[in-house]
Design a protein around this ligand. Sequence first.
Ligand SMILES: *Cc1c(COP(=O)(O)O)cnc(C)c1O
Length: 380
Amino acid sequence: MPPVNAPYRPEGLLARPLYARVDAGAVAHNLARLRAALPAAGAPRLWATVKADAYGHGLARVLPALREADGLAVLHLDEARACRRLGWDGPILVYGGLYSQADTLLLDSPHLHLVITHAAQLQWLAQAPAAERPAVWLRFAGDIHHTGFCADDYRAAFALARELSGRGLISEVGHLNHYARADEADGVAQADARFRDVIAGLPGPVSTSNSAAMLGHAARAAATQWVRPGLALYGASPFAECSAAGLGLLPAMSLHSQVVGIQRVRAGAGVGYSAAFIAPTAMDVGIVTCGYADGYPRHAPTGTPVVVAGARTRLLGRVSMDMMAVDLGPVPQAAIGAPVTLWGADGLPVEEVALAAGTIAAQLLTGLSARVPVALAGAR
Ligand SMILES: *Cc1c(COP(=O)(O)O)cnc(C)c1O
């Protein structure tokens, strides 16, 4: 029996003509582009963020393209183990740190760096039979207030961490902040000043910058010891006003399908569930096999851009589980089998689709569903 999620076959033998294409060469290019945003001398080291299965691209697919990174950053220790299984023996930063005392049993390889977000995690480390001594990064709650120590608690946490390091239980103590508004021109100055105030005089390396901070606030990123880009590695722009192409980034994922049906509808006819689109005139509607069960956003409205046979057109009505309808008006020549690009190629950035759907590129990329076969493009 053929596998359900069959691998993409270049000869076009997919049972269903929907697939994603992941270009590891683009990831390598984007990594080099991000490095170029840092100063030539004394540049910070770079954690390549590969949480959420490398933002939906597949950790195993992109890891070979990240050989030049100084470290990988993941959410939790099982992801760190997956990196080890794939042969990565360099540093790994774990954003979520420890969720319980039991997690300390997973500290079984060298060069692990844990982000510490509350004091109990330090107590767990103090009681751990850890064979390996992790490095820790104290996270400041900053202006995002997701996790981490507030200004009043930060120095006490630092003192506790130093004590653990004095007892040989951890290897070093760093300082980490994550901005809430790094994509805005005035989004980091105050937040960085507050953070610098909190850590003033404390020894240890500093890490503050995600993709938006690296590309939009390069001087501040350059003044740290480690940067932590994610999204930009996969070729999406973190900025509303600036395209990925304008930033010199290449999309690493594209999503492709075909027209699998054509409906000629009369004026006044409804298209799709709830008749959310009513044809204003007689028109040709293409049915594309891709729906929300594939990770395409159900809330994408009429007008969301789609490319059919190389030309831009638009989504019509509700996205359903397995299919969507598109306007064939701009592509009257399109027949059944016409190629469709849903994002990431043919001049249709994933950011643009995300914007039309009221979301962001990272949600679409990480949301690609497991039923979509993935073709891996060769390294550049
Ligand atoms: C996900 C994450 C990053 C990477 O952010 P991008 O915006 O994708 O570059 C960096 N730091 C932390 C703490 C994160 O959780």
